[in-house]
Design a protein around this ligand. Sequence first.
Ligand code: SAH
Ligand code: F3S
Length: 461
Amino acid sequence: MNRVYVKTYGCQMNERDSEAVSSKLRARGYSIVDDEKNADVVLLNTCSVRDQAEQKAIGKAGYLAARKKKTPNFVFGVMGCMAQNHGEDLLDRLPDLDLIVGTQKFHRIPDHLDNIVSTITGLGPSPQTIIDLGDEEDSQNEIREHTPDQLKVSAFVSIMQGCNMNCAFCIVPKTRGEERYRPIEQIVAEVEELVSSGTREVTLLGQIVNAYGRGQIPFFKGKSPFVQLLEAIHEVKSLKRIRFTSPHPVGYGKDLVNAYRELPKLCEYAHLPVQSGSNRILKAMNRPYTKEKFLRIVDSLRESVPDIYLSTDIIVGFPGETETDYEQTKDLFEEVGFEMAFIFKYSIRTGTKAADLADQIPRETKETRNQELLRILEKSSLRRNESLLGSSQQVLVEGPARKGKGQYIGRTRGFRKVIFPGNKRMVGQLLDVKIEEATVTILHGLPTLTKSTLEANSSTV
Ligand code: SAH
Ligand code: F3S
């Protein structure tokens, strides 16, 4: 009864939560398996941001319920955002669920599983669904364990939980609660530990990561708590790269814009979720900026770091979005020329302000707008990749590529995937790779051993 399979839906925060849960379960004597069929326990870590994500997890849970009918000792549970969003109501559709665990209770899962397992093996009281959904003080400090037996060149580090914004379309404040921050020292200690086990790049995670510490940690010499955290992490020896996600556009103050120049480990990549290019829709979405202000943020980043890579999130078909509103989004999207974007069709989330708005947009209209933006994105992404042909790009080698014998994969500082011939010893190293081929999503190249490669890998940096 001790083989657990964890399936993760949704964002990097969920991936990180699953990793921490797996690590805690291992420490309790469970083994984490990567094949669902061999598992005695399946835990679904779920996403509620769009209906589609919820439907996927519900479909999977239905299938697991059928398995439990045949094998009553099989255990399955739902954790994370969907558990938080629907709670006990999940039992209406899935009466056989063993476990429903919310976003502030991940660390309690080993105890809950122990209880369920002892019940099933006849040592405890009769089986009953365990539901654990409350708020818990300091739960943000519980997402800290990593898997020590596997080298992770690039690792996620959760720095906060929750979001205090109130975007009209978004369920996250309900599922993740209020902003809660981990102390700087604890985050730095986690990064140091990761680096000592071979990690060279960290991505700092939070629902609104550049709001880190607001209202709690004071500004210091004009620097926000988030920039102070970046500076502290930057000091960690042998760490080569820092990234973060997901930020908010208004969190790119002067201090953060300058940090891209002042902190060489901070990669030249900024995610700027704009959501819409229409001021009317931005207002209805309760986003605290106008199109003009957004473009000023883009300009300030590009002025400071001319070759910065920019990505965004866009929602098409927010209630009331007219053709004119959409055209404004399209114009902004073309004008900025993002290298990467997540384009979403608006999805009604019960309990959010936008769910009650009249004038929902037909599905076909959303689909057309979505497709058109995707075509624009392909062009701008390809344009940027083609501009790299013949250049030498610094690549952090992550491991063997999935396809191609002797082929390795890594990313440039701009987060572009590069495939090149390599070997095991290169993993975790920064290599200069000369780019020879470019498609929309991938670059191919050949490593060149230069003085800068040797310097970049020296452990004094
Ligand atoms: N900062 C957060 C953003 C949450 S959701 C994070 O990354 O965790 C990520 C993106 O999903 C948002 O930026 C938005 O573009 C999209 N999104 C959120 N709610 C949505 C909805 N109801 N319908 C469609 N897209 C949505
Ligand atoms: Fe959601 Fe807006 Fe926060 S998109 S996560 S409420 S910044």
